[in-house]
Design a protein around this ligand. Sequence first.
Ligand SMILES: [Zn+2]
Length: 422
Amino acid sequence: MAGLSDMERRILGEAYSSSEAMRNLTVLCDVYGGRFAGTPENRGAAEYLLGKFEEYGFEDPHLESFTFNGCKVGPSTLEIVEPIRRDVPCLTLPMTGSGDVESDLVYVDGETQVDVDELAGKIVLGPTRLSFIRGAETEVGGFIWTHPWPALGSPTGCLNSNIPGVSVKHEDGEMLRRLLKRHGEVRIRVAGECDVFERESWNVCGEIPGNGSSDEFLLFGGHYDGHEIAQAAFDCGAPCVAVTEMGRILNQERQHLDRSLRIVLFSTEEFGCWGSQDYVKRHRDEMDDLRFTYQLDCCGGGGTQMVTVDHWPELEPLYRRLSADLELPIPFDQRRGPGDSRVFFDIGIPTGSIIDERKQGMLELLKTYRHTVYDTLDKIEPRSLREVVAIGAVSGYRIMNAESWPAHRGPEEVDHLKNRTL
Ligand SMILES: [Zn+2]
């Protein structure tokens, strides 16, 4: 691997010989569980990660507090009333309304245009949250989200609405659809509880100063909050310990870094990225100096790890070269990045991600264990987690020290791209 410098070899050696990331992930998952934003587990995880920042010698380690619209998820029930009587296990979707409603069931696939009037008062069943959102959120009586893929249990995800919303596993969703097909009419009762209120959460921040040659900096981030039903290992514990590990390794090479690096672990991504939005607002006057940000989400789940950037064709040669120097195929794609990256994308900053190699799209993403009770530590492959750290740390170093770099985008260009890629 002749293209690698001695320093890059040291970075790779550390990435492949340390178990620090996996050890941190074990604590996040087994001690702090889903780290649902605003809960004591969320706070405990923030303090644990802050302690790691201190232990690794990051500068100015601190928590930044903010408030957001959060919730406490209560129990729910789903009952088929006619033509048969049966209780169906379900989960309450966070941020939905509390209530008890009985009505006719309607299936909405999320792609076919629906007549909003026909959904009024009905209970909508659909394979994506979009089937509800594109339907008639203010008109329908209740919502049942069915997992689009088998053997993955019930999905979860915030659904801001004031009607009861629940989820069921694919197999139960299919049964409901068969009943609809055979009988034409199916009577359903949905009852759920979810308390929505203002809560507090915290971003975990630390800095690795470079050698002082430039005021510019990079920011590596991932969100440490997850859903209350699982360990949130894939979404998003693994990405969060991976960026922390990149910081730990690069901190040992400070004197070689022409720009500084911030590691920021965001919270509340699952509630709509309040943490990253608060960060950008709070640090608005520093954003001109932000050269590049990696926002990792859903990586380390096994298999090949790929790099994506948010429509920056100028960056492609850097990754082609990295792939050649590492003598390792690194799939590369231009696509919209995950939740927290959009906050940076919106203000024109070059953003990228490292994720499990997979096709684009919400349905494809749901093929993983993400947002189910099965998103647990045992699904994370230490080998692919190390690959994420290796790719992120070496590419991060190259980006920090690159002489030329694309300028930030202006608002018009951002709008143009958003319209194209939404
Ligand atoms: Zn995530």
